[in-house]
Design a protein around this ligand. Sequence first.
Ligand code: SF4
Length: 339
Amino acid sequence: MSQLELNQIVLFCYDIFQRVHWLMHRSPDEILQVAGELKQILVSCRLCPRECGVDRTKGELGFCGASLLPSVSSIVMHFGEEPPLVGDRGAGTIFFAYCNLRCVFCQNHQISRGLVGKEILVSDLASEMIRLQNEGALNIEPVSPTHQVHAFIEALGLAIGNGLNLPVVYNCGGYESLEVIKLINGIVDIYLPDLKYAENDAASEYSSCPDYVEHARAAILEMYSQVGDLELDPDGSAVRGLIIRHLVLPNDASGTIDTLQWIKANLSTDVTVSLMSQYSPMYEAHKFDQLNTRISQDEYERVVDKCWELGFENVFIQNFESQDLGIPDFTDDEPFEWR
Ligand code: SF4
């Protein structure tokens, strides 16, 4: 068989896979129905495990500070994600303002604290998704959508009804409601959660989240059951699956090896893990002795070696120099110009 024939067979098989894959998706009407169910949850908000119980439909605010309408800080073509999420076209990212965590080292604190962001109508958000597709985005990637998942899903339903056909990458902090993750089954193609900590003491001190570990782990188990291991198309672009992100914190504040051992024991060593070295003490990190330093090359190499030793094969390793990249400025139209 010639190489040309082999390539044709691969492309044919991939075409069938794509068709079956899209048939498995929910229709726009079904997606809008899910958005309606999510809005019901807002009446006594339990969109995330904090379960504040405030009525966001009446303008009441909970821990995250987000109101009913989504506030968006930036909608851009982004090249700073893992390679299969950006290719040479870029991820179509939508950065939501506010957050349900309070990480003292947050590099996006301008937006996670709601200092930069503008309210947007759901119909306009849907139009923005179509614009990103028309400009060549590889996917649609909401960043920190947890507290605005109702609006994101509604906008997605409208956009899919108007021809959007890109994979959806759910980029979240990991502190997710199991009820919500179950509701969006069949809508999200790629889950990109953080798994920040292995110990709740650290989660409590550094992210104001004393029950992070059990909720993040339960959500990630559900995500994995929905989408499985990462799948790439013939161009190497991600089309489905799970990528777990883990930012290595100094002095083992993130419990990296415990987290890797948990993934191995409860999911699989086939899971794709993104081990990030880019930590730099910013925002309020200087107030905490354990966090007021960068990680050393030795610290990073130790956890990378452990990753191989445990049998993980699908691992994104970050260039150690990424610590020097600087931070995005969301007051700028191009927040990632430094990349
Ligand atoms: S999404 Fe916000 S208001 Fe709702 S439960 Fe979570 S922190 Fe509270």
